[in-house]
Design a protein around this ligand. Structure first.
Ligand SMILES: [Zn+2]
Length: 296
């Protein structure tokens, strides 16, 4: 029995090493994370992971430096399981108990993942038939302990989330402005991404409707409904309730995750890890994980 336990533990260590090597296999390090110089040489391996030495500042770094879990003492299997639980929309409490980590670590990991995902979830341009809709939600100060901020923000303001989907397999879902319809912000953040030749199919908003009439030059064609925009509100409401509400300052990050989980291409946790989190030259800036208050 004892021998069996030792072997299991050994197997666990091997799994951890194999996983780590595999995660970092395709990571590209183009420049020194300390000084930004692109002059570096290969400098051996550590636990099978390539190390480099910067020719300018002489510091060494590796494919793990500033990556998603670079300073984590937890093993790679825990990260993998955490990502899987995240795609299953499990609560922080559930993740913490299941993986034997603290709620603080779970919060931090979730936000690291959300931040890494939010860099590339929004399309640069929208083309074809572009469906546009909106959702208005109340500002949330969940988790905020600053009583002054909370008191000064009563009553809660309306936040306009605009959703847009063209023919590409990506979506635009972002908080765009507060209070009332803001044409300038809409033009700058949403309309500027819509290709001139596209056709706008508005969804349940008179302001978006008038943008569409102008853009479509009064032409009207029959298009199929895009359910992800048509039912954006009920879907989003259901999704936000899983997290027991989302603080407005983190809204954009959560929406990026929402987009990824609502693409045509079904993403599982393996796709998330290999295609998004460990892919290419992605660095995570630790100081950006907790944000004070920025919505847009
Ligand atoms: Zn350097």
């Amino acid at each position: 029995m004892l021998q069996h336990d030792v072997e299991l533990k050994k197997f666990d260590l091997h799994t951890n090493d194999v996983l780590k090597r595999d995660f970092y296999k395709n990571r590209i390090v183009e420049s020194c994370p300390l000084c930004g110089s692109t002059c570096h040489i290969k400098y051996g391996f550590y636990n099978g992971i390539q190390r480099y030495k910067c020719k300018v500042c002489q510091k060494t770094f590796s494919r793990t430096t500033n990556s998603l879990w670079s300073y984590s003492k937890k093993n790679a299997r825990t990260w993998l399981e955490f990502t899987e639980l995240m795609t299953e929309n499990k609560t922080l409490k559930f993740c913490a108990e299941k993986l034997n980590i603290s709620i603080g670590t779970a919060f931090y990991w979730r936000h690291k993942i959300l931040q890494a995902l939010s860099t590339d979830s929004t399309p640069d341009s929208l083309s074809g038939v572009v469906h546009i809709g909106k959702v208005i939600i109340k500002e949330s100060f969940k988790g905020c302990r600053d009583k002054e901020i909370i008191a000064s923000a009563t009553p809660r303001e309306n936040i306009w989330i605009i959703g847009a989907k063209g023919e590409e397999d990506s979506m635009f879902i972002k908080p765009v402005f507060k209070y009332y319809w803001d044409k300038i912000a809409f033009n700058e953040k949403v309309y500027s991404k819509i290709e001139k030749k596209s056709y706008i199919a508005p969804c349940a908003d008179r302001n978006i409707n008038s943008v569409a009439i102008r853009h479509n030059k009064n032409k009207s064609i029959k298009v199929e409904a895009e359910y992800r925009i048509k039912y954006l509100w009920p879907n989003l409401k259901k999704w936000i309730s899983i997290f027991h509400g989302v603080a407005s300052k983190y809204l954009q990050r959560y929406l990026s995750f929402f987009i990824i989980m609502n693409l045509d291409k079904v993403m599982d946790y393996m796709d998330l890890i290999y295609d998004r989190l460990f892919e290419g030259n992605r660095f995570i800036r630790t100081e950006e994980i907790r944000i004070k208050s920025s919505l847009f």
